[in-house]
Design a protein around this ligand. Structure first.
Ligand SMILES: [Fe+2]
Length: 494
């Protein structure tokens, strides 16, 4: 049963029309619903003759019955009745348009709020698979799907599968359904009911060229109502809006990979200029990452730190191999030339528009806290955190690696040298973080993978030594073991 009252926002015009027809034209007017039930009557019963006029709407919502004492009265009233009816039909149409617009606005507001929630959640998430998981979870929540799975391509077109509350076996079984196999090819969003009465909503993921790059499946158990047209429309719209994001996320991820690999290849090319610095940038990057993690930097910052560390000696491409590999002491002129390599690094990196903290990290690794470093002679807080970390990683690797003018030092000796120079050359917290990172990565674990040639004076006592060193650097007090070494630190790493 439906009636005109269900479809009018304001019934005042209906009331006025009925009053006009009954009082001015001496009619009895009744409003009927679609079942013929009388909803309202105006005017006295005087009807010898009556006529029914239906409201004009998409479906039957009833109409008016007008009764008059005689045929002549009804005939005279006819144009007035038609006018009132036309005005009411027009109001019904306007109200319907308004209702549709309001519903669209509400839908749009719902979609916008959904998208804003999803984008807030995926900002800063670095793992592509995790981004997809968040998107799948949010859509599932919005359409009240208990289980879902998702299949698409990741970086270098690798396959990515995300499942929520569903086993791989069940996923395989569902994908085998005939109705889905048909629609996977045509690329339509569909609702199917599976054999066990599970309601399934399937949506393809289309990219710019309209090629299907993945599929989303949402499931609702038999004790819930099946998915409806609204939920199907919602998923279709969200898929439409979010598909370019999938593509961008995938490309961005591939680009990040490509970018880091290019940086690594460049760094390896620089290291190859000098047989003694072979693998230096790789090891500095690993030590810097360990220090960054020990300092609890965010994972995005650790990634940036790794890039900066790989790039730290890029400028050595502008320094002659005969200077880089010179076995003896450098002349003042040669040393001045080598001191220019951070400046060359800066010149190489500027056109790439990297984030400032990455460039700073790469070019400040020879600055010293006391202001006597190079190339700019920055002091204290002028040196960025990345610059301080890479400085420690760089010198630690230089000391523990063989050089043309000396043999590789044992880890203990290298650490003592770093400790001797805290607050003058190195940041105390950064040196402590390296010691703690080494404590966590004892010989036989990651540390040996980073540098197979690392030497330890007394392996069995290293942990004890590191603990003592950490205590020393946390609460500095002069101690013979640590202060005895007087290493010419400018030559530690050129
Ligand atoms: Fe350097």
């Amino acid at each position: 049963m439906s009636s005109i009252n269900d479809y009018l926002f304001d019934t005042e015009f209906l009331d006025l029309s009925l009053q006009y027809l009954s009082e001015t034209l001496n009619l009895q007017v009744m409003v009927l619903d679609s079942d013929g039930q009388v909803l309202l009557t105006k005017g006295q019963a005087n009807g010898a003759i009556s006529r029914y006029y239906s409201f004009k709407y998409q479906h039957d919502i009833g109409g008016l019955t007008c009764s008059a004492a005689d045929q002549q009265t009804l005939q005279t009233a006819e144009p007035h009745i038609s006018y009132c009816l036309a005005a009411m039909n027009s109001q019904l149409q306007r109200d319907e348009e308004l209702r549709e617009t309001s519903e669209e606005m509400l839908d749009l507001a719902g979609q916008l709020s959904f998208l804003s929630k999803v984008s807030r959640k995926i900002i800063g998430v670095e793992e592509l698979e995790e981004c997809y998981r968040i998107i799948l979870q949010e859509i599932s929540k919005a359409i009240k799907a208990e289980r879902a799975f998702f299949h698409t391509r990741g970086r270098w077109d690798h396959e990515i599968r995300v499942r929520i509350n569903i086993t791989p076996e069940k996923e395989m079984a569902i994908r085998g359904y005939e109705c889905l196999r048909r629609h996977e090819e045509t690329g339509h969003t569909v609702i199917c009911t599976l054999d066990d009465d599970i309601s399934l909503l399937y949506s393809p993921i289309r990219e710019k060229d309209n090629k299907i790059s993945g599929q989303m499946y949402f499931l609702r158990s038999p004790n819930q109502r099946p998915f409806n047209a609204y939920e199907k429309k919602f998923v279709g719209i969200i898929e439409n809006i979010i598909s370019p994001t999938f593509e961008t996320l995938r490309l961005y991820d591939s680009l990040q990979d490509l970018y880091l690999n290019t940086v690594k290849a460049l760094a390896a090319a620089i290291d190859a200029k000098d047989e003694y610095t072979h693998g230096h940038s790789f090891r500095v990057a690993k030590y810097a990452v360990s220090i960054g993690q020990q300092l609890s930097l965010a994972s995005k910052d650790v990634n940036d730190l790794e890039i900066a560390a790989y790039m730290h000696d890029l400028g050595k491409i502008g320094v002659s191999e005969s200077i880089l590999g010179k076995p003896g002491k450098l002349t003042t002129e040669e040393f001045c030339h080598i001191q220019q390599h951070p400046v060359f690094t800066d010149k190489i990196l500027q056109p790439i528009h990297l984030a400032n903290h990455i460039i700073q990290g790469a070019i400040q690794h020879h600055e010293r806290l006391d202001g006597t470093g190079y190339p700019l002679g920055l002091a204290g807080p002028e040196i960025s955190l990345f610059g301080r970390i890479i400085a420690v990683a760089d010198v630690f690797d230089a000391l523990t690696s063989k050089r043309p003018y000396r043999d590789a030092m044992p880890v203990e000796t290298a650490l003592k040298i770093l400790c001797n120079n805290v607050d003058k050359q190195f940041d105390r917290a950064v040196v402590l973080a390296l010691i703690q990172a080494l404590q966590n990565k004892m010989p036989g674990s990651d540390l040996e993978v980073v540098n197979n040639a690392l030497k330890f004076d007394a392996l069995q006592n290293l942990n004890h030594f590191l603990v003592e060193l950490a205590d020393f650097i946390t609460a500095p007090k002069p101690g013979p073991d640590i202060r005895q070494t007087n290493w010419p630190d400018r030559r530690a790493s050129r």
